[in-house]
Ligand binder design. Structure first.
Ligand SMILES: NC(=O)c1ccc[n+]([C@@H]2O[C@H](COP(=O)([O-])OP(=O)(O)OC[C@H]3O[C@@H](n4cnc5c(N)ncnc54)[C@H](O)[C@@H]3O)[C@@H](O)[C@H]2O)c1
Length: 354
């Protein structure tokens, strides 16, 4: 059975390729990547050495998607995943939307023609920025936590649920993923093929490309080890902002359950998937871990507000857990340890990821 992963040379795509092959005999994993992410060429080489059929190609090109012939499942891990994409002066908004949104159409067309499942890796960034900022927070142990259950059914200390607002503004990146979600759902209903949308919180692990705006755990630990400048941005410059954390290998049992469900007509199509509250930490807490594991290092403070900064983002994955009997396996501390080990092995990683 042939599985096509787009964006296979990215952090998540390459992890899924290796883990899917490890989980199930009989899967032939193939993939394309346009190598637009700095560092992705590293995975092109290593995946080929490991025997994967990986080719340079773009999701926007029909011929690139169809060069392996018919496949049985398409997993989309191709995107520009930065919340600053489209507004950072490096990638214009039209280019971002072309890759993240317009590029979804040829993939959906292929799935429609082949009547195969389409798995979209979406993001917590589809949730409304003002609504997330409205959550009443307090500081506990150097990290924000919601004061009480403020909106029953949509947010609690366990995180925000799928029912939480997706009203703009959500960032151009978030909008590109939200629109891709809607298109995928519409295609699936109209042309009767399975669509699985997994809204992921922060995904992290060794080998993730790390920049301040994307791959924060990797960026922070590599920078700490290399004595590079680090800054707490926004929210008074205290580093109290909180994110959850999931290793992408933990996605695999969930993706396989969804694939095995076939049409899965009675299952929810869109679920949150995250490490949840147990995995969550603030930047200040991450610094405390780095201090213990590596040694002291100064972090400067810049409390100024930026458009897309959010103080607290945790996804409640109860729906995915209950529907698919799924839960995260890798504790955050193991994720941090594997990133640190990788940082020791790869002193060049921040340059490669830039
Ligand atoms: N990493 C996270 O924390 C996170 C969280 C939520 C959702 N996601 C989603 O997971 C997916 C993978 O993210 P990642 O962290 O591996 O990012 P990544 O940048 O490491 O990987 C994305 C890959 O897609 C490739 N790509 C981009 N545009 C392409 C195109 N038009 N055609 C073919 N390849 C293209 C890039 O070269 C890169 O190798 C993305 O869809 C992202 O939105 C990631």
């Amino acid at each position: 059975m042939k599985i096509l992963i787009t964006g296979i040379c990215g952090f998540v795509g390459s992890t899924l390729a290796r883990e899917l092959r490890r989980h199930r005999d009989g899967f032939e994993i193939v993939g394309i990547d346009n190598l637009s992410r700095n560092g992705s060429g590293e995975n092109l080489t290593s995946l080929r050495e490991e025997g994967f059929d990986v080719r340079q190609g773009d999701v926007r090109a029909d011929a690139d998607l169809r060069q392996f012939g018919q496949v049985s499942w398409l997993i989309d891990a191709a995107a520009n995943p930065s919340v600053l994409a489209g507004v950072d002066g490096q990638t214009g908004p039209a280019v971002l939307l072309d890759h993240n949104l317009v590029g979804t159409i040829p993939m959906l067309e292929a799935c429609r023609e082949w009547q195969i499942p389409f798995t979209l890796l979406s993001t917590s960034r589809v949730y409304s920025i003002p609504a997330l900022r409205d959550i009443d927070l307090e500081v506990s142990n150097h990290a924000y936590v919601p004061k009480t259950i403020q909106h029953v059914g949509t947010v609690s200390r366990r995180g925000v649920t799928e029912a939480f607002s997706t009203e703009p503004p959500v960032s151009l990146y978030g909008a590109s993923k939200r629109c891709a979600e809607l298109l995928a759902l519409e295609y699936g209903i109209t042309f009767d093929f399975p669509i699985w949308i997994n809204r992921c919180g922060v995904l992290a692990g060794a080998g993730q490309f790390g920049k301040p705006d994307q791959g924060i755990f990797s960026f922070w630990i590599h920078s700490w080890l290399r004595n590079r400048s680090l800054k707490y941005l926004g929210f008074g410059g205290h580093g109290h902002q909180v994110r959850d954390c999931l290793h992408p290998r933990d996605l695999v049992p969930l993706l396989l359950n969804q694939f095995d469900a076939g049409s899965g007509h009675n299952k929810p199509k869109t679920v949150n998937v995250s490490g949840g509250a147990e995995s969550a930490m603030s930047l200040a807490q991450l610094s405390a871990w780095c201090e213990d594991a590596i040694g002291s290092h100064e972090v400067s403070r810049d409390g100024g507000e930026r458009a897309f900064d959010l103080p607290w983002v945790i996804l409640d994955s109860a729906l995915a857990g209950n529907t698919w009997n799924w839960k995260p396996q890798t504790p955050t501390v193991s994720i941090l340890e594997e990133i640190l080990e990788h940082a020791h092995q790869r002193p060049d990683w921040l340059e490669i990821s830039k």
